[in-house]
Design a protein around this ligand. Structure first.
Ligand SMILES: Cc1cc2nc3c(=O)[nH]c(=O)nc-3n(C[C@H](O)[C@H](O)[C@H](O)COP(=O)(O)OP(=O)(O)OC[C@H]3O[C@@H](n4cnc5c(N)ncnc54)[C@H](O)[C@@H]3O)c2cc1C
Length: 474
C-alpha cells in the first residue's frame, strides 16, 4: 500500500493556520499565499527529529519542517523563509555530529522526498540530492556501474556528503565525491533555481562542493560513473605497533598495489590498541586472492584476514557495525567525533603524540581512530580543504561511547576543540564533520586562500544569510 504523505500531514490549510497563529514569527502572519500545500509540518515528531542529529550533542528545534518533492517547492520555501528573516537548513540523513543541519527557530528542509533516480547512462547518473549513496549504488550496479568514490557508510545523502566533500577508500585515485560531480541543480539562498557545472555558473558550482551548504540547497546531482568491479579481495592486516603500520601504509601508497587503502587503530579489549590496515583489490573473475600482493610487508601474517566479497558486500561492510551498535543502544549515544587531515610530512609524529594521551575510553569499545595515507593530487574541489602536500593522513577519532552521559560528551567536545587547536598549529586541516564549536574566524582560517571566494559567493547567492546556520560560518 502506498501512503500519501501529504494526506497524512493534514493538508496545507492546517499548517497555514498554525503558522497564522504563530505570534513569534517576525512578520506576525505567515500564512503567505503560494506556500506549497501540505508540505510544512510542525508535528512533535518532525520537530523532534529535526532538532537532533547523529551526534546527539546539539538540540535546536526549528519552527517547522518542510517536506518538498521538487526543486520548485524548495525554491518557494526558501524565498518564503528569506522574506520572513527565517533561517533555513537542508537535512539529508541527519548524520552530522554537531547541529550542522539544524535551523533553530527556522525551517528545516527534509530532503528525503527528493530522492528519485532520474537516469542512469553509461557515464553518469542523475539523482535527487536526497537520495542515499546506497540508493545511488543500487541503481548503478544494476547496469554494472558505480560512482568512483563511495563513503564507508552508504546511508548518507548525496547532498549531505557533497556539502562536506565525501571521502572513501578510493579517494587517492578519484578524489572526493565532490570531485566526481558533473552538474548540480540548486536553489540559492536568495531563492533562484539555477544549474551549475564547471562551465555554467562555475563560481556557484565550486562554492557548493565542500562549501558547507552556505550558498544553495542542492536538489539534483549529475554524478560521474565508472565500470563497477564485480568482486573485491579484501586484506585486513594487523601490526604490533603504530610505527610498523605506518611504514607499510606508506609503502603501499607509493607502489599502488591496492585499489583501496585505509587503516585504523582500534581498542584491543585489554586496555591497549590493535593496529589494522585495510587494503582491497578489485577484480572480476573467480580467482582466489593473490597472496603475493603481501610480499615485503611486515604485518603479523598469522592474524591476516583475507576475504573475497561482491562489490556490494564490500561497500556495505559498515552495516554490520551499525547493526551491532543499534542492538546495544550505542548508535543512539552522543558521538563527539573529531576528523582531520594531517600533513604527510608530520603525520607519524603528531598522531603518535596524540595517541599517547588517548585511551580506549576516548573512543569506546567499538570506536576507532581512522589513520591512513592518501594522495591529495586528485582532490580538485577548491572548498574541500586539504594540507598542501602530496600526501595527507586522515586522522579521525570516531567515538562510540558506551554511555550516553551528557557530561562525558561535553568533556570530549572540549578535548576535540583543544586537539583541533593543537593540530591546526602544525598545518593539519579539519574535515568539517567534527563535533566542537567553530567561530567565523576559525572558518576563515579553515578555508584559507579560498575564503574570499566563499565570502563573495555567499554575498552573491545568499546575501540575507538565510542558509545553513548550523556551521556558524557567517
Ligand atoms: C556512521 C557515519 C559514517 C560516515 N562515513 C563517512 C565517510 O566514509 N566519508 C565521509 O566523507 N563522511 C562520512 N561521514 C560523515 C558524513 O559524510 C557527513 O556527516 C554528511 O554531512 C552527512 O550526510 P547526511 O546526509 O546525513 O547530511 P546531514 O547531516 O543531513 O547534513 C549535513 C550538512 O549538509 C547540508 N545538506 C544536506 N543536504 C543538503 C543539500 N541537498 N544541499 C545542500 N546542503 C545540504 C546540511 O544542511 C548540513 O549542513 C559519516 C558519518 C556517519 C555518521
Amino acid at each position: 500500500m502506498t501512503l500519501n504523505r501529504r494526506k497524512l500531514l493534514g493538508g496545507g490549510l492546517t499548517c497555514a493556520a498554525v503558522f497564522a497563529t504563530d505570534a513569534t514569527t517576525p512578520t506576525g502572519a505567515v500564512d503567505s499565499p503560494g506556500l506549497p500545500a501540505g508540505t510544512f509540518t510542525r508535528s512533535a515528531k518532525a520537530i523532534g527529529e529535526a532538532s537532533e542529529d547523529f551526534g546527539h550533542i546539539i538540540h535546536r528545534p526549528p519552527r517547522a519542517v518542510f517536506r518538498p518533492s521538487s526543486t520548485a517547492e524548495v525554491g518557494t520555501a526558501i524565498r518564503w523563509a528569506g522574506d520572513r528573516g527565517l533561517k533555513v537548513a537542508a537535512r539529508g540523513q541527519g548524520h552530522s555530529t554537531y547541529g550542522r543541519a539544524m535551523a533553530e527557530g527556522g525551517i528545516v528542509i527534509d530532503m528525503r522526498g527528493i530522492n528519485a533516480i532520474q537516469h542512469v547512462d553509461a557515464d553518469r547518473i542523475v539523482v535527487g540530492a536526497g537520495a542515499t549513496w546506497r540508493e545511488v549504488l543500487t541503481a548503478t550496479l544494476s547496469k554494472g556501474l558505480t560512482p568512483p568514490v563511495l563513503t564507508n557508510y552508504l546511508e548518507l545523502s548525496v547532498g549531505g556528503t557533497l556539502a562536506v566533500g565525501g571521502i572513501g577508500g578510493t579517494t587517492s585515485r578519484h578524489g572526493m565525491q565532490a570531485d566526481n560531480v558533473l552538474e548540480l541543480d540548486v536553489v540559492t539562498g536568495d531563492g533562484r533555481e539555477l544549474t551549475c557545472s564547471a562551465d555554467l555558473n562555475p563560481d556557484l558550482f565550486d562554492a557548493i562542493r565542500g562549501g558547507l551548504g552556505q550558498c544553495a540547497v542542492i536538489t539534483r546531482a549529475t554524478l560521474r560513473l565508472i565500470r563497477a568491479p564485480g568482486r573485491v579481495h579484501r586484506f585486513q592486516l594487523f601490526y604490533p605497533d603504530f610505527r610498523s603500520l605506518t611504514a607499510d601504509q606508506r609503502l603501499m601508497l607509493a607502489d599502488g598495489r591496492f585499489d583501496q587503502l585505509q587503516g585504523a587503530i582500534l581498542p584491543d579489549g585489554a586496555g591497549g590498541w590493535r593496529y589494522q590496515l585495510d587494503g582491497a583489490i578489485f577484480h572480476d573473475g573467480d580467482a582466489a586472492p593473490d597472496l603475493e600482493v603481501l610480499d615485503g610487508l611486515s604485518d603479523q601474517r598469522d592474524g591476516a584476514v583475507v576475504s573475497d566479497l561482491t562489490y556490494l558486500e564490500d561497500a556495505s561492510a559498515f552495516a554490520r557495525l551499525e547493526a551491532l551498535l543499534r542492538s546495544n543502544g550505542q548508535w543512539a549515544n552522543p558521538h563527539p567525533w573529531w576528523l582531520t587531515f594531517l600533513r604527510g610530512s608530520h603525520a607519524e609524529r603528531i598522531a603518535a603524540e596524540i595517541l599517547q594521551d588517548l585511551t580506549s575510553d576516548d573512543v569506546g569499545p567499538f570506536g576507532r581512530i581512522t589513520y591512513y595515507p592518501l594522495l591529495t593530487g586528485a582532490l580538485l574541489s577548491p572548498f574541500v580543504r586539504m594540507p598542501a602536500e602530496d600526501v595527507a593522513f586522515p586522522f579521525n577519532i570516531i567515538r562510540f561511547p558506551s554511555s550516553n552521559a551528557a557530561a562525558g560528551s561535553k568533556a570530549m567536545v572540549a578535548k576535540n576543540r583543544a586537539l583541533y587547536e593543537r593540530v591546526r598549529s602544525e598545518g593539519a586541516v579539519l574535515y568539517p564533520v567534527s563535533a566542537f564549536p567553530m567561530t567565523g574566524d576559525d572558518w576563515q582560517d579553515h578555508f584559507g586562500p579560498a575564503w574570499p571566494r566563499l565570502r563573495q559567493a555567499k554575498e552573491r547567492y545568499d546575501p540575507r544569510h538565510t542558509l545553513t546556520p548550523g556551521y556558524q560560518v557567517f
